[in-house]
Design a protein around this ligand. Structure first.
Ligand code: AMP
Ligand code: ZN
Length: 134
């Protein structure tokens, strides 16, 4: 359990959009403190290879800002969310799967299968995707 003052500090930083979360694996990758196969980056986001791919193409589009899940996004994040989608579509083109098709997934919370609590878009393709997903 974090002390109240520390929580307030984190919340303040989060509102200011400058937060990174200590111990968060995706914050560490974005800060180049943890190795990953980075495919694209800009001032707002980073894209890297999923370490345990579930499809021939499986990349993660991750905002630099630590937003735990889609539930915590704020009105000031709207442009960022749009940018993440645009980057996801760009990556699908880069990987050559825009014509055959691809799926963008945002798992949100436990029952949806979210395991890393730093918002991310899965971009998956290169095989036939079933519907509905399991
Ligand atoms: P989710 O289950 O939706 O939270 O997705 C988390 C994804 O992050 C999974 O597909 C993991 O394989 C992937 N992942 C976890 N740790 C790493 C890492 N260090 N580098 C790359 N991908 C990772
Ligand atoms: Zn993070």
């Amino acid at each position: 359990m974090l002390p109240f003052a520390f929580k307030k500090l984190i919340y303040y930083g989060y509102k200011k959009g400058m937060m990174r979360m200590f111990g968060c694996v995706f914050c560490q990758i974005a800060a180049r403190e943890k190795p990953s196969t980075i495919l694209y980056e800009d001032e707002q986001c980073i894209v890297f290879q999923d370490v345990n791919p579930k499809a021939p193409v499986h990349v993660l589009v991750v905002p630099r800002k630590h937003i735990p899940s889609l539930n915590e996004n704020m009105p000031q994040d709207n442009a960022l969310l749009g940018h993440l989608l645009a980057v996801a579509a760009h990556m699908a083109k880069e990987k050559g799967i825009e014509g055959t098709g691809y799926r963008i997934v945002i798992n949100t919370n436990a029952e949806a299968g979210q395991t890393v609590f730093h918002l991310h878009l899965h971009v998956m393709g290169g095989r036939i995707m079933r519907w509905p997903p399991g």
